[in-house]
Design a protein around this ligand. Structure first.
Ligand SMILES: Nc1ncnc2c1ncn2[C@@H]1O[C@H](COP(=O)(O)OP(=O)(O)OP(=O)(O)O)[C@@H](O)[C@H]1O
Ligand SMILES: [Mg+2]
Length: 368
């Protein structure tokens, strides 16, 4: 369980005006602002009205390894080569690291930042065109989601020296401001908008974020200005990956007709699951045949909600809050999955539960 206390945004270096502040500002040249949510499953970013995401995996190549030119998300830092997202998965050699691994969220932070810039390189190309220098210097504001503000020193170190080579040009990123928002902050902004549009007077509301690795409950105070978080409760290891593990366990029970269900195939079946008239459908593709595993998915979801103590308690806490008439907003890629969305909303069974639009990226796009 992790705690995140105090007011949000709370880690502002130099005074920055929060992005949601609509008060008039004197005209100054605005620095480009990169929003980054380096999730354990996907890294999401938003820069100059463009949002992007890639799987949080990186392949690290040793000195001298020949890198393909013109690949998105492929770059060099010092002598080493790097490839993120799809490029990391499609290239061979080197060493693969995943966002899941312990502490990779901070260790790999500079890589995820460069990854965001090089997977949507228009911004880099524009800067490179403007610059005649050998090293293209870029000054940025950085807004970080999904990192604990308790680790400010490590974060500052990680972003203090970002140099890389992409498409045969050298870049240097100078982060002149950074802000840490709690995970799910963009969702909280979207929730606030929702309440406003419904002419609600809710003083408190809650965000449940189901990511790849983590299931998090954050209570918010709906004050004037920005939503403020308190007492964040995260259940690590309780996200979509754990649901998929329970699903795999259920699917392997009994006679599988000699079939071995590969985890990646089960994950695909989970992600494309449907619920029709209360019946769960999850089809796994096996060579030239397929098999329906919807009932196994349903029992997997039941086990997930019962057997992980943190999940069981979190869901019970939420039921209690609903009795107190407090609204719950669901966000995170997990709620993009129809079976998961259906299971959790049915379990909570209340009109006060809302799945936010585009739950897979509202955590980042909602900030605007
Ligand atoms: N368009 C989609 N269709 C189906 N499933 C999706 C979609 N987008 C995301 N997901 C599911 O959501 C998961 C990722 O969610 P999200 O991006 O919120 O996690 P994360 O932020 O990387 O993880 P964490 O918050 O735990 O660090 C994926 O593993 C996938 O299963
Ligand atoms: Mg997340």
């Amino acid at each position: 369980m992790s705690q995140l206390n105090g007011t949000i945004p709370q880690e502002t270096v130099k005074t920055v005006t929060p992005a949601i502040d609509k008060t008039k500002k004197p005209k100054v040249t605005k620095l480009p602002e990169l929003f980054l949510d380096g999730g354990s499953g996907r890294t999401k970013s938003y820069l100059e009205k463009i949002s992007g995401s890639y799987q949080s995996v990186v392949r690290i190549f040793p000195k001298g390894h020949e890198l393909p030119v013109g690949f998105l998300g492929v770059f060099k830092v010092g002598e080493n080569g790097y490839a993120v997202g799809d490029s990391a998965l499609s290239l061979a050699g080197g060493k693969l690291e995943e966002g899941y691994a312990n502490d990779n969220k901070i260790k790999l932070l500079p890589i995820w930042i460069i990854g965001a810039l090089t997977t949507h390189p228009n911004f880099l190309f524009k800067q490179a065109k403007k610059s005649k220098a050998e090293v293209v210097e870029i000054e940025l504001k950085l807004s970080l989601l999904s990192l604990s503000s308790h680790r400010k020193k490590e974060i500052e170190k990680a972003i203090s020296d970002i140099n890389f080579e992409f498409d045969e040009r050298k870049f240097k990123v100078k982060v002149s401001d950074y802000t840490i928002y709690p995970e799910g902050y963009g969702a909280a902004c979207a929730a606030k908008q929702f309440i406003k549009a419904a002419k609600g007077k809710d003083v408190k509301f809650h965000v449940l974020d189901l990511g790849s690795g983590t299931f998090t409950h954050t209570p918010y105070s709906n004050l004037n200005g920005v939503p403020r978080a308190s007492n964040q409760n995260s259940v690590s290891g309780a996200g979509v990956m754990s649901i998929c593990e329970f699903f795999a366990k259920e699917s392997a029970k009994g006679d599988t007709g000699g079939n071995i269900y590969h985890f990646s195939r089960l994950k695909e079946a989970l992600e494309s699951s449907r619920v029709i008239n209360g019946e769960y459908l999850a089809e796994i593709i096996l060579g030239d045949s397929s098999r329906e595993l919807g009932d196994r998915l349903r029992s997997g979801l039941e086990s997930w909600s019962r057997e992980i103590i943190g999940v069981r308690e979190l869901l019970r806490d939420v039921k209690q809050l609903l009795r107190k008439n407090e609204r719950i907003f669901l966000t995170g890629g997990g709620f993009k999955v129809e079976a998961i969305r259906h299971f959790v909303t049915e379990y909570l069974n209340s009109e006060l539960v809302t799945v936010l639009d585009n739950p897979e990226d509202v955590n980042i796009t909602g900030i605007r």
